[in-house]
Design a protein around this ligand. Sequence first.
Ligand code: UDP
Ligand code: MG
Length: 342
Amino acid sequence: MSRPDLQQALATAASLPAASGRTRIPVLSVVIPLYNESGSLGLLHQRLSAALDTLPLEVGRRELVFVDDGSRDTTFAEVGMLRAQDANVKAIRFARNFGKEAAMAAGLRAASGDVVVLMDGDLQHPPELIAEMVTHWQQGASMVTAVRRSRDTDPWLRRQLSRAFYSLFKRVSEVALAEGGGDFRLFDRAVVDAINSLPERTRFMKGITSWVGFRQVEVDFEPEERAAGASAWSMLRLLRYAVDGLSTFSTLPLRVWSLVGLVMAAISGLYGGWLVVRTAIWGIDVPGYASIMVAVLFLSGIQLISLGVLGEYVGRIFTEVKARPLYLVAERIGFERQEPQA
Ligand code: UDP
Ligand code: MG
């Protein structure tokens, strides 16, 4: 999408005060990324359908958009079986594992609802909460974020790291993230359109949802244990995700090196002056191996770090410039028209 198009889309989205769908009977979409979730899929469908049957809102039509992010197990076959029982099920299968962010982006593009709920497929996000989220939407909220008040289901180290990440993010970036706000959200159509119009390739949904703005409301929830299987997020993968998030929403890591350089230059200037004075008064003394080594090693370390940070950003510019699609779709079930690829 070109710049003027993007601006126009955002302007239209902002000028409609979340009114879309509220005059007629709304269509509801639920978007669920799946990666090796065959163990929880049946139960998920059951609980979700039951929850949607008892919504405090008259829904015209509903659709469950499953995005299979290149699962290695029988997830997609099982989605096919669900489709045979339930015509509301729609599915997209990626050609390989492209990551949860890509899966969420694909699901949001494919969803046609006036209200779109995004949730995990491992039942850590209780479908019963959708009723409360929908109520907030009816009262005029454009985005409802389910915020986990406790992280008891996470290991200790992960909890600490995640806390550190949020406080760092708050300090250095242009957007504020709701701590504990995950990817369990409800969006109004206007917000989905705004998110879909963002052209970037390095996706960081937590930042994007905060960047687009609109009227946001938070609801609390207690995450459940995974219904089956294991979390696909290793420490390393989470770290990469954190670096992605910081670098797409902050340029502080790039700029801080000018300051570090300035301070270093000032200190070495003072030190140089002191050396001149000292030599003039007391003459030359040769020993100084230790201080030279320390200075050389320290400064090379700093230079390598700053080069590495530059590399992070250059790498990201490279991915954006290559403009490869965010994901490749291998198969679609239940969609009438072929959606354009990312
Ligand atoms: N997921 C995905 N692609 C991936 C990894 C995960 O679509 O590469 C999905 C997964 O199936 C689940 C959601 O993203 O529906 C959350 O994943 P997970 O439970 O592993 O993350 P955690 O809850 O540990 O943050
Ligand atoms: Mg999970």
